[in-house]
Design a protein around this ligand. Structure first.
Ligand code: PLP
Length: 365
């Protein structure tokens, strides 16, 4: 049966003729490194996705978090509160500044930082809170922003997975002192590799531009010690084209998710907060009984890819080895399964996914 079924991958970057033509035009121009394409991409990204805040392009999302934290003044002796239930780049970027990532628990509905858990781990050394808009659903940046301002802390957003999501009518990326969007190939839009840092602060934006380019604004007049974290014109050219397509792709992801919401049975489907819009970077269900068995059967019996994001909470990784007790984080790590929801799925793919999950969930219950 599997033989005649075409495999449905968990994620699929979409690169069209327009992206290829845009890269070719840059190659023909000979202006490969950071230049006019990058500047245009920053302006267009900002206008399209973050209400005209400053946007600074860098060569990866991780570099964006790292430079954003440095530009916001985070360093040795400081603590930044982060979720443990996320990709390791979130806590890594804090650790790379010399500050300490402090892990708080998540709330169970949207898999994002729980304000009560965050409040319980604030110390004298805490300088910031960095929620992740995991799977494309906004974290409660309204409550976390209130908590941050009451306690004199900064809010930083890891928006790697949430291009275009909104909370209380405001786009994610417009809440924190800075926010980062990743442009890795499996994200909702890509530049190959890359990241965009957004900020409402002229000062933070200027520091970001210095930090990404050896501390220089004027050539050979280095003001501070910096990195080479520049985006290339080649990558920016891809990103500019993808920006013209992101709204249609997001709508397709939402339509796919609505189909799953209506049709899936016997599993816990992902809720959306009343004041939020979800961009479904992932469509993540909870499987209380034998999640890994279900994932294996989807692949082996039905030729359907899926993903577990993330199986090991960051605080227990060999790189951190902490002993915090984070029960909702542990439960999520054991139960989550992300089904394909990307815009390339056909109607028959969606139907195949639904009938496979429903059959397996029924058999397992
Ligand atoms: C992808 C991702 C990052 C890192 O982005 P890169 O572009 O891969 O460096 C950081 N945080 C989260 C939550 C991510 O999903």
């Amino acid at each position: 049966m599997t033989e005649q079924l075409e495999f449905i991958p968990a994620a699929k970057p979409i690169i069209g003729d327009e992206e290829r033509a845009a890269v070719d035009a840059v190659l023909v121009s000979g202006m490969l490194a950071q230049g006019a394409e990058v500047a245009a991409f920053e302006t267009e990204f900002s206008a399209h996705l973050v209400d005209g805040r400053h946007a600074v392009a860098v060569n990866s999302g991780t570099a964006g978090l790292h430079l954003g934290l440095l530009a916001a003044g985070v360093g040795p002796g400081d603590e930044v509160i982060v979720p443990s239930f996320t990709f390791a780049a979130t806590a890594n970027s804090v650790a790379l500044t010399g500050a300490t990532p402090v892990f708080a628990d998540i709330e169970p509905d949207y898999f994002a930082l729980d304000p009560a858990s965050v409040a319980s781990v604030i110390t004298e050394r805490t300088v910031g809170i960095m929620p992740v808009h995991l799977y494309g659903h906004p974290a409660d940046v309204v409550a976390l922003g209130d908590l941050a301002s009451q306690r004199g802390l900064q809010l930083f957003e890891d928006a790697a997975q949430a291009h275009g999501a909104t909370k209380a009518g405001v786009p994610v990326g417009a809440f924190g002192s800075f926010a980062m969007f990743s442009l890795y190939p499996t994200k909702n839009m890509t530049s190959g590799e890359g990241g965009i840092v957004t900020t409402g602060s002229d000062e933070v934006a200027r520091r970001l531009r210095l930090l990404r380019n050896q501390g220089m604004e004027k050539q050979y007049e280095n003001e501070i010690v910096g990195f080479n974290a520049r985006m290339t014109n080649l990558h920016a050219a891809i990103g500019r084209v993808q920006l013209t397509k992101i709204d249609g792709w997001t709508q397709q992801r939402r339509d796919n998710a609505a189909f799953f919401d209506a049709e899936l049975q016997g599993v816990v489907t992902p809720p959306v907060a009343a004041d939020a819009t979800h961009v479904y970077h992932q469509y993540t269900i909870r499987v209380q009984d034998d999640r890994d068995g279900l994932a294996k059967a989807l692949r082996d019996e039905y030729a359907i890819g899926s993903g577990v994001y993330y199986p090991i909470p960051n605080h227990r990784l060999p790189s951190f080895q902490r002993t915090e007790d984070l029960p909702e984080t542990e439960r999520a790590a054991a139960e989550v399964l992300s089904l394909p929801v990307h815009p390339s799925l056909s109607r028959s793919d969606l139907e195949r996914i639904v009938s496979a999950v429903n059959a397996l969930a029924k058999a397992g219950s």
